[in-house]
Design a protein around this ligand. Structure first.
Ligand code: C5P
Length: 232
């Protein structure tokens, strides 16, 4: 039977946050941001182990206590120059640990999506466990989309029909994901690498709570969501 593993690429600098501290360590609901996604992934029974890929130069990880995740968490210091490189390096080292097989599922999740809920994660796993290709959490685009020219003038209004915003986790089998990431450059998510092989990953309907913390004001929103959820 195929097993499920999570892999979090967390080797980015988060430059758009305008902070010295890498984004994943910014304080959020009394914890470093990465804590929240780690907790959701580690407490999900289907997930066998959780790999986190850090930059080789990361000096912040050891400032915190991660002992509550010790049973499942494996720390890899092999982050690369891009997200795709970090994921691929993580996959290579993970296989070296001899616990991941070619057909096992890898759920790649951004460190910057702290509000992933257990129910979204369970939905993704349940909808894709028997899928040929794999897929990802995503939400249909709600806003009207404008394409601009270099002067921020509208060039064109784009149709939003059948347009989705990709989220993470993105879930693919180990062998397929490794092959896909080896063959691509300039991609910003795992699904695009799989698409480049001519395959069609499945979109699993998610919700807006699982947004990516990118700009400073996003932190306050994520904090509200997490506090509200923890109070329930
Ligand atoms: O920068 P962005 O928010 O798109 O990054 C998405 C995810 O990819 C984050 O979790 C970030 O830490 C990770 N990343 C990485 N290695 C890089 C760049 C980004 O692991 N070189």
């Amino acid at each position: 039977m195929s097993k499920f593993f999570a892999l979090i690429p967390a080797a980015g600098s988060g430059s758009r946050m305008g902070n010295e501290l890498p984004k994943q360590y910014l304080s959020l609901a009394n914890q470093p941001m990465i804590y929240h996604a780690l907790k959701t992934l580690c407490q999900t029974p289907e997930i066998a182990r959780v790999f986190i890929v850090l930059a080789p130069s990361d000096h912040d990880w050891h400032q915190y206590d991660w002992s509550e995740f010790a049973e499942k968490l494996i720390v890899l210091n092999c982050g690369g120059a891009t997200r795709a490189e970090s994921v691929l390096n993580g996959l290579v080292v993970a296989q070296g640990e001899c616990i991941v097989d070619a057909n096992d599922w890898i759920l790649v999740h951004d460190a910057a999506r702290p509000c992933l809920s257990s129910s979204q994660l369970e939905k993704l796993i349940n909808e894709l466990a028997d899928d040929e290709v794999g897929g990802l959490l995503a939400i249909p685009v709600a806003d009207t989309l404008k394409r601009s020219n270099a002067d921020t003038r509208i060039q064109q209004t784009e149709s939003r029909e059948n347009l989705w915003q990709a989220q993470t986790p993105q879930m693919f089998r180990y062998e397929l994901l490794s092959k896909a990431l080896t063959n691509t450059i300039n991609i910003t998510d795992d699904a695009s690498a799989v698409e480049a092989l001519g395959l069609q990953p499945k979109l699993v309907h998610s919700d807006a709570y699982n947004f990516k913390v990118t700009y400073p004001q996003d932190l306050a929103l994520a904090e509200l969501i997490l506090k509200h959820r923890n109070a329930q």
